[in-house]
Design a protein around this ligand. Structure first.
Ligand code: KG4
Ligand code: ZN
Length: 357
């Protein structure tokens, strides 16, 4: 049963990777509202190294977090005393950043006498569609981000069954590494999508790892190798070549994601006949091609397709605040000595994906 609280204000802090994000989400008369949602990207700090450097990320979170918290509360017109809880991502992610965010949240919670909620970052992505679309459980979720690619049945807060996961790279990582190989800046996903506009996706045939295989697992490492070979053999100073290769990469990754999701939809229909929705979340779910193809897939199976707006698919504080709110209204909070969890699977019973024989 979903408990409806008349009014709640939650502060959410996200520091698990390379975005420092703070938000305030409120519920009034059962309706959620994002009152503030600030994201400070660290792209510039990491750019010289071609990827996220954990130590630099932790220091940058430390530099930005306090002022972002102050700004978010000011934008929401609230003080610490008006909060009903303080939530922070406690994993999975980079340990330094997780410590910075959770320690800040615990400090505020302790000083203001409010409950602290240790949020699983993946659960926050998983629950965002309930913030934006008031979605009921159960639903099928394609969770695709820079660090994770998973298909899950979401049965309730804290109740997830994994149908498939990646054997190697995550979908976002495949985009990011491909961009790097092609000399495009980070984050690779949006850069490849932009470069692909007008490109011919058929000029460079790329493999489709796992396509048509049983099960719902993903694999992207073979694709990366193929892209490396193409990139080395091609003239990347030619804009047409870059557009064609980018279009081929985007199509190959979307093909793989849609094929695996189609398998999962069949499992979902069997296991949850009452389930009515397919949800996409995580940074890669911001991809326009992926969204439209998943919408078509869902329609083929009579499911509704739900995906948060792109700014709520990529990492943000609102999803953390919302996940905290969902847990608090079920009476769930965490002690101030709760640990951070750099590894924290959503489904503890999930099988470890294995390559097909
Ligand atoms: O969820 P997220 O912001 O951070 C993690 O939890 O990892 O996801 C970031 C990932 C990056 O790999 C980025 O390249 C990818 O999401 N991404 C996209 C798009 N926007 C972000 N991939 C494809 N198309 C996009 N429009
Ligand atoms: Zn994320």
């Amino acid at each position: 049963m979903m408990l409806i609280f008349d009014a709640m204000n939650i502060l959410g802090i996200e520091t698990s990777c390379d975005e420092t994000a703070v938000a305030v989400v409120s519920v009034a008369a059962g309706r959620p509202e994002i009152r503030a949602n600030l994201v400070q990207s660290q792209l510039a700090e990491h750019a010289p190294y071609g990827g996220v450097v954990p130590e630099i990320a932790a220091r940058a979170h430390l530099d930005h977090l306090q002022s972002l918290i102050r700004e978010a509360l000011a934008a929401a017109g609230l003080g610490f005393g008006d909060l009903d809880g303080v939530a922070a991502a406690a994993g999975p992610g980079l340990i330094g950043g997780l410590i910075v965010g959770t320690m800040a949240a615990k400090g505020i919670a302790w000083a203001a006498g409010k409950p602290f909620v240790a949020v699983n970052h993946l659960e926050a992505h998983a629950l965002t569609a309930r913030l934006t679309d008031a979605l009921e459980f159960p639903y099928l979720l394609l969770l695709v981000s820079g660090g994770h690619s998973q298909l899950l049945i979401c049965e309730g807060v804290g109740a997830y069954r994994q149908l498939g996961a990646t054997l190697d790279d995550a979908a976002g990582e495949a985009f990011d590494k491909s961009a790097k190989l092609m000399g495009l800046p980070q984050p690779g996903g949006p850069m490849i999508a932009a470069a692909a506009r007008g490109g011919n996706p058929r000029r460079f045939p790329l493999p489709r790892p796992m396509l048509g295989r049983d099960g719902c697992d993903f694999s992207f490492s073979g694709l990366k190798t193929a892209i490396r070979e193409r990139a080395v053999a091609s003239d990347l100073a030619d804009p047409r070549t870059v557009a064609d290769l980018a279009a081929a990469v985007e199509l190959a990754i979307c093909d793989a994601l849609v094929d695996r999701t189609a398998k999962a939809v069949r499992v979902f229909r069997d296991r949850c006949p009452a389930g009515a929705s397919l949800v996409a979340a995580g940074g890669v779910a911001a991809n326009t091609q992926l969204r439209s193809r998943l919408a078509a897939l869902a329609a083929d199976f009579g499911l509704a397709f739900v995906s948060p707006p792109p700014a709520l698919c990529t990492d943000n504080g609102a999803m953390i605040a919302w996940a905290g709110l969902e847990r608090l209204r079920l009476g769930l909070s965490d002690p101030l000595d709760a640990p951070v969890r750099p590894r924290w699977p959503l489904d503890p019973d999930a099988h470890t994906p294995k390559p097909p024989r």
